[in-house]
Design a protein. Structure first.
Ligand SMILES: Nc1ncnc2c1ncn2[C@@H]1O[C@H](COP(=O)(O)OP(=O)(O)OP(=O)(O)O)[C@@H](O)[C@H]1O
Ligand SMILES: [Mg+2]
Length: 492
């Protein structure tokens, strides 16, 4: 028996066929993984199967009935979207129960009753926050888990769809989620799980469907396939998972010198970065890596210590100065700090170099367009044109626009903060190659912050480990994984 069956689903956006006559079906008691490159159509499919989008063509049957005709059938589908979609300025309890009528809170809403009802939910999902905490003050990992809890706490669903639920989860929270998902399978519900993390798919899944360019290209039971098979189906080629990407042109010249820098979340950190070098920063979420780089960039204060770039004393606390003098920080939270989502690709690129865009009559549209086309072709951004709102590009393509934009500012040092979060394996390799090329060919000093140990080891010439805001170790690219792991969990 199929709980949900979709046939011939076609969904078109201006300039792209996001889904091209797709057939999929889901069975009870099964975890069905969906994988595919950025922009392959995974989220669009899920949105067609949850009633968010109405496809141009095709049929969606839930428990044998036509859901496009009877929309209430979609109530049987619980859905956790890819983006965190909570009210940041409202409390944890309010976020759990909105809309109140649907959660059984009628009439005047009593805060205390809401908070009381939230306690068992928070316990069940092991979310370490209080019902009256504001969502904006809790960790991103807790926010993601809260959003999942909200979708499934009511139990009256038959199908659960999770669109990249682990991108912001810590390792510990990922394990909590996996236990919950395995329980849901035992209750004979169907689970659809989208992820770019291959090891998660092999740890959790029963069956896998692969998408490429809006079409379903493969389906199999997980036990019959391996990682190289999945990569081949996804990308149409082999991607060597063991390839290394560190720079082969590290010079002796010190580009960036940080001396005993101390801020709110980091203490007495010193390090040197050479021209042409890729320097990795390893650590747990909250170890202070982003805060350290943001302080050098000027977003956050530094209380003590000094920084030199290219032999000159560095001015702290002024991001504009940093960009103008070649220190670029590419943030982890692309949507919040990196881009203006509702502006076009062209505007997102030109805003970094507005002074160069001036013509006799203000900002020159022609110059903007030329620059945007150059970035699109150099970095192989997949888009119909430069007018597309950047929010509608897939994650990997947004990342390429941001890197291309940074290159327009002639950087000397670039900090990549979790650059491959939510990015498919093929595009990941492209981003590693890009970093290597920038270091080797342009002599840029690259700092790579990443929570993926394999990523740091593959790409870095040296690795610095931070633990609770302090530097606890420095390793070279041949150091073994266990040694670095011990350092970042504070037992070295
Ligand atoms: N609302 C929209 N308007 C215009 N184009 C869109 C919209 N949503 C998605 N697209 C386009 O449709 C295609 C499929 O996008 P989708 O978000 O489904 O990909 P995905 O497989 O989920 O990718 P990712 O792994 O990056 O999340 C892409 O080319 C994307 O740019
Ligand atoms: Mg998606």
């Amino acid at each position: 028996m199929k709980i949900l069956e979709a046939t011939g689903i076609t969904k078109v956006f201006p300039g792209v066929v996001a889904l091209d006559s797709v057939d999929v079906s889901f069975e009870p008691g099964q975890i069905h993984c969906i994988i595919g490159e950025n922009g392959a159509g995974k989220s669009t499919l899920i949105k067609c199967l949850t009633g968010v989008y109405t496809p141009e063509q095709g049929e969606v049957r839930i428990n044998g009935q036509d859901a496009l005709k009877q929309k209430e059938l979609f109530d049987k589908v619980a859905y956790v979207p890819q983006e965190i979609d909570l009210f940041a300025h409202m409390s944890v309890a309010e976020n759990l129960f909105i809309p109140y009528e649907k959660s059984g809170f009628k009439g005047m809403v009593n805060q205390r009753a809401l908070e009381k009802a939230a306690v068992p939910v928070l316990e069940r999902f092991s979310i370490p926050v209080r019902p009256d905490d504001l969502v904006k003050d809790i960790s991103v990992s807790s926010q993601q888990l809260l959003q999942i809890a909200r979708a499934i706490m009511h139990e009256n669903y038959d199908v659960l769809m999770l669109d990249e639920p682990t991108t912001s989860l810590t390792t510990k929270d990922t394990q909590i989620l996996f236990d919950i998902i395995q329980n849901i399978r035992k209750q004979n519900k169907a689970v659809i799980f989208i992820s770019h993390k291959l090891e998660e798919i092999f740890a959790l899944g029963d069956v896998i469907t692969v998408f490429r360019n809006g079409a379903k290209v493969a389906y199999s039971e997980i036990k019959d396939v391996d990682i190289p098979w999945v990569i081949r189906q996804m990308t149409g080629k082999d991607v060597d998972q063991n390839q290394v990407y560190y720079s082969n042109k590290v010079t002796d010249e010190v580009l960036l010198e940080v001396d005993n820098l101390t801020g709110e979340r980091f203490t007495d950190v010193s390090f040197k970065l050479k021209r042409g070098e890729i320097l990795g920063f390893s650590g747990l979420v909250g170890a202070g890596r982003s805060e350290l780089m943001q302080a050098i960039f000027g977003y956050l204060p530094a209380y003590k210590g000094s920084v030199k770039l290219d032999g000159e004393n560095w001015k702290l606390g002024d991001p504009t100065f940093s960009v103008q003098h070649g220190f670029i920080y590419l943030p982890e939270e692309r949507k919040k700090q990196g881009i203006l989502p509702v502006l076009s690709i062209r505007e997102n690129i030109s805003m970094a170099v507005l002074d160069d865009m001036k013509g006799p009559l203000g900002i020159s549209g022609r110059k903007e367009e030329e620059l945007a086309q150059k970035v699109i072709s150099t970095y192989d951004v997949k888009t119909p044109d430069a007018d597309k709102e950047i929010q509608f590009l897939s994650g990997g393509n947004q990342q390429k626009v941001i890197i291309g934009r940074a290159m327009c500012c002639n950087p000397k040092v670039m900090v990549f903060d979790e650059p491959t979060k939510g990015i498919d394996v093929g595009t990941k390799a492209e981003i590693y190659r890009l970093m290597k090329e920038l270091a080797e060919e342009k002599g840029i000093g690259i700092i790579l912050i990443s929570s993926e140990m394999d990523e740091v080891r593959k790409c870095s010439n040296r690795i610095i480990a931070l633990y609770e805001g302090r530097k606890v170790g420095e390793f070279d690219s041949s150091s073994d994984k266990e040694e670095i792991l011990s350092a970042i969990i504070g037992v070295a």
